[in-house]
Design a protein around this ligand. Structure first.
Ligand code: SAM
Length: 246
C-alpha cells in the first residue's frame, strides 16, 4: 500500500513512521510512505503558503494553489484516476477500527494535513474525498493525526505483522476489548497467571479470552457492549466472573 502525506512538516511524519514495525514494513517494501512538502509548491521564492483570513479572525489559512499543486503532482490526471484523499480535520468522522479497515482497501491513499487555522475550503471541496478526525479536540496540525491513521491502517496490511491473528484478536476488531494478557514469570508479586493459560487446551483458552474480553468491555466500555447481541448463556458467564472478582 502506498501513502502520500501532504504536509508543511514532512520531517515530523517521517521521523515518527521510520521506526519499529512500520519502519521495517517500509524497508521490506510492504508499505511506502512519501511525505510531500506543500511548501515546495508555493510558487513564490519565500515559500509562503498561507495568508490572513477573509472576514477577519486570528491566524493564517493555508492557500488553495500550493495544496492543489502538491496534490496534482501525485498522479497524471490524463491517465490515472484521482487517488483517494483524506483530510485530517477535527470536523471529520472520528477514526475507528472500522474506518481504518475501510481505508486499508485503497492501494494509494493521500493524507492531507492542515496547519495554522486550516486550509481554504475551496481546495478541500475540489480534492478531498472525506475528512477524518482522531478525536474531539484540536491539534496544532494534521501531522500527528496522519501518523495515527497510517499506523492503525498499516497493522492490517498483509506482511506488516507476523500473521493476521496478531491484529484480528485485538481490541475493537470484533466490537469488544481484548482479554487481559500474561507473560513469564508464572507468578509475580504473588499474582498467578490464570490456570487455563498454562493448560495447553487451546479451545478452553480461546473461550476464556472471549468471555474475559466481553467482561472487560462490560466493565470499561458498556457503550460498546450495547451494540453486540450477548446471549443469556454468555451473560451468565460474565456475571460469574464479576462475582469472583468482587
Ligand atoms: N480551525 C480549525 C477548526 O476549528 O476546525 C482547526 C485548525 S487546527 C489548529 C490545524 C490543523 O490540525 C487542521 O487543519 C487539521 O489538519 C489538524 N487537526 C487538528 N485537530 C485535529 C483532529 N482532532 N483530528 C485530525 N486533524 C486535526
Amino acid at each position: 500500500m502506498k501513502f502520500s502525506v501532504l504536509t508543511l512538516f514532512p520531517e515530523q511524519v517521517k521521523n515518527f513512521l521510520s521506526e519499529s514495525i512500520i519502519g521495517r514494513a517500509m524497508e521490506k517494501d510492504i508499505l511506502s510512505i512519501d511525505c510531500i512538502d506543500i511548501r515546495d509548491f508555493s510558487g513564490n521564492r519565500y515559500g509562503k503558503v498561507d495568508d490572513t483570513l477573509f472576514g477577519g479572525g486570528t491566524g493564517m489559512l493555508m492557500q488553495c494553489e500550493p495544496v492543489f499543486q502538491a496534490f496534482s503532482s501525485l498522479y497524471d490526471a490524463s491517465k490515472e484516476t484521482k487517488p483517494h484523499c483524506v483530510f485530517m480535520s477535527p470536523k471529520g468522522q472520528v477514526l475507528s477500527q472500522k474506518k481504518a479497515q475501510e481505508l486499508a482497501k485503497y492501494d494509494h491513499l493521500v493524507i492531507l494535513c492542515g496547519h495554522y487555522e486550516g486550509i481554504d475550503q475551496r481546495v478541500l471541496d475540489e480534492i478531498v474525498d472525506e475528512d477524518v478526525s482522531i478525536g474531539d479536540y484540536v491539534l496544532t496540525g494534521g501531522e500527528v493525526a496522519a501518523c495515527v491513521v497510517i499506523d492503525c491502517i498499516s497493522r492490517m496490511i498483509d506482511g506488516v505483522l507476523p500473521n493476521s491473528e496478531a491484529y484480528e484478536e485485538e481490541s475493537h476488531m470484533s466490537g469488544y476489548l481484548e482479554a487481559p494478557q500474561y507473560t513469564k514469570p508464572n507468578i509475580w508479586h504473588d499474582k498467578k497467571v490464570p490456570e487455563v493459560m498454562l493448560s495447553g487446551n487451546h479451545a478452553k483458552i480461546k473461550e476464556w479470552k472471549r468471555i474475559h474480553g466481553l467482561y472487560d468491555t462490560w466493565k470499561r466500555r458498556p457503550d460498546m457492549l450495547e451494540k453486540l447481541e450477548i446471549s443469556a448463556e454468555d451473560w451468565q458467564k460474565i456475571l460469574k466472573i464479576d462475582k469472583e472478582d468482587s
